[in-house]
Design a protein. Structure first.
Lengths: 336, 254
């Protein structure tokens, strides 16, 4: 529990100003234990209150009713509910846990959104906790979630419960998204029930925001917005919220996307084999601890119809090795 | 430029709109008239989406656009939206007679339910703007804001064809710039008004790993920014999906 809040609950603590509270955290006194262990004299000098008040405050703090420590289950493993993916994740030493910030990349239409829906539904299914789905393109389709649940042969009541647990927010611009995360953080601090329970946030998808951020000035603005966003995401992640962020990949070198499909093939550069590269540049690539890329299996015969087979690649991983992949199949009931 | 209407973080309630709540809301979809397609969309094209119709010429894209312009007008008594439509025509391909024919069919279909739903009134509610070049297309899209204030019942705006006027431009950089500008404008309007955009696109060739492939024109970024893409092929079959490789055939059920 937050030290500031606890201090404010005591009668002596109520007299302290916000400035004084901030002084505490500035001097690395962040938790109750830090406060107990801090020297009385030091606190006296720091907060400019007399030693008796410091003693009184410490005593009052110890008498506060112990709240059940809800935020302390950082060791729980969620599991993604997709067997193959779980195997892959455990082989790269990064299981799905609270506080993870992951990125899911892929070409347009490859099935990123379907994977996200599956993860949301699996999570709600398994843990009966709400999830927050942040939609950036007004793309959220209840029908697809409903179809997914129906394909799993769930009864009406369970379907209703699962659907009630998926909270949807529309955020049309990056600023909106940052505001949503700030609000989430505030509500978490204020211990609003919904916010405390929500442990999993999906953002689908980040790439769309920055399509028109072109030119040098806009690129700088983009970078600053991404830094701000990354801070907010991290702040929530530290408090145990897991994130999965969708991003889009293109077959090209820079993400200026200076290509509208009108290339006639005479261009030497374009003729060399190209690599799938996620959008948003070098800075963003270091924000997430794990980058997954959903790809179509390599197949020369492109006239063949889609059989739902995809391969999931680990393209970067902070905690272990990368480069592994697994096969997934997209079905009516989600991804398996 | 990122100051949206919901810019303040004070009164933002992020936990009040669950998936279930959305599914219980009034339907706000435009019937497409194709049973299988409607079934897939859960009752038609949802307002708030940008849907692209793609296919070679003569596969029925314009027909579908006209049909949607009429279907958006189905009276509320019959479960429709009772809106009106704006048709932005860049190919000078708009035939009122074709529209009248479709309107008469629709009138017959709803004769018993809502007898006052007349084909001639339907035609009055399809606003038509001709945009022979890119400059006029941009100007029209930018002035949609004004049209929407004058006619708040516009629920559907069609651009037929989006690719046509864009591809007349020689300069690739400019083309791309204008396309993104259009996208931003379309989204901005959708934030303020409940409406759907339907745009049409064509197929083009592209060299990929020394092979020529048929891909949608206007590029990958455009594909990412639209919500859904409906593929029209010669055999009057419809596919749904962002890329041809991953698209699904929409089966004619029942």
């Amino acid at each position: 529990m937050d030290l500031h809040l606890m201090i404010l609950q005591t009668s002596t603590g109520k007299m302290l100003s916000e400035y004084q509270l901030n002084l505490l955290s500035k001097n690395n006194i962040e938790s109750l234990i830090d406060f107990y262990e801090a020297d009385e004299k030091k606190l006296h000098e720091l907060l400019l209150i007399n030693v008796e008040s410091v003693r009184k405050l410490k005593m009052e703090l110890s008498m506060l009713p112990k709240a059940p420590d809800k935020e302390c289950f950082l060791d729980v493993e969620y599991g993604t509910g997709i067997e193959e993916l779980d195997k892959l994740l455990s082989s790269v030493k990064q299981r799905f846990k609270p506080g993870r910030v992951w990125e899911l990349c892929g070409q347009t239409g490859v099935g990123k959104t379907q994977v996200m829906y599956t993860l949301a539904v699996n999570f709600v299914w398994k843990h009966a906790l709400p999830v927050l789905f942040i939609d950036t393109k007004q793309d959220f389709s209840c029908k697809r979630v409903q179809d997914m649940l129906r394909a799993r042969n769930t009864d009406a009541e369970t379907t209703e419960r699962a659907m009630k647990a998926i909270q949807v927010v529309q955020a049309h611009t990056v600023t909106d998204l940052i505001n949503v995360l700030i609000t989430f953080d505030q509500q978490l601090t204020a211990k609003i029930e919904d916010a405390v329970q929500t442990k999993f946030v999906l953002i689908d998808s980040l790439g769309a925001y920055f399509a028109h951020y072109r030119g040098r000035r806009m690129q700088r603005l983009r970078k600053s917005l991404l830094v701000e966003l990354a801070c907010k995401v991290r702040k929530l992640a530290v408090r145990g919220v897991a994130f999965i962020i969708g991003n889009v990949s293109f077959f090209e070198k820079d993400d200026n996307g200076f290509d509208d499909g009108e290339d006639d093939g005479n261009n030497e550069e374009a003729a060399t084999p190209q690599q799938l590269e996620p959008m948003l540049g070098a800075y963003w690539s270091s924000v997430c601890t794990l980058r997954l890329s959903l790809e179509l299996p390599v197949d020369e015969d492109f006239t063949r119809q889609d059989d739902g087979l995809r391969s999931m690649h680990v393209i970067s991983n902070t905690y272990g090795r990368d480069g592994d992949h697994c096969l997934l199949r997209i079905t009516e009931a989600g991804v398996a | 430029m990122d100051k949206g209407p919901s810019g303040s973080s004070e009164n933002l309630n992020i936990f009040s709109n669950s998936c279930y709540d959305i599914s219980q809301k009034d339907p706000n979809k435009i019937l497409t008239g194709n049973k299988a397609l409607d079934n897939h969309f859960g009752g038609g094209i949802p307002l708030g989406h940008i849907v692209e119709l793609i296919g070679n010429s003569g596969t029925g894209k314009t027909q579908m656009c006209l049909q949607l312009c009429l279907n958006v007008q189905i009276p509320k008594a019959a479960g429709g939206l009772e809106g009106s439509a704006l048709f932005i025509d860049s190919r000078q391909d708009f035939h009122p007679e074709r529209l009248l024919g479709l309107a008469q069919e629709l009138e017959n279909k709803y004769k018993h339910k809502v007898p006052e739903f007349k084909s001639l009134n339907m035609l009055q509610k399809v606003h038509h703007v001709r945009c022979p070049n890119m400059v006029q297309l941009m100007a029209t899209v930018f002035s949609c804001q004004r049209h929407l204030i004058d006619h708040p019942d516009i629920k559907l705006i069609v651009i037929d064809s989006l690719a046509f006027s864009l591809r007349m431009l020689e300069d690739g950089a400019q083309r791309y710039e204008l396309l993104l500008e259009l996208h931003e404008c379309m989204r901005r309007l959708q934030r303020q008004h409940e409406l759907a955009w339907v745009v049409t696109n064509v197929l083009t060739h592209r060299c990929f790993r020394n092979q020529f492939r048929v891909v949608p024109a206007l590029g990958d970024m455009h594909s990412h920014l639209i919500n859904e893409r409906i593929w029209f092929s010669g055999s009057s079959q419809l596919h749904l999906g962002k890329s041809w490789r991953t698209s699904r055939l929409i089966k004619e059920s029942n």
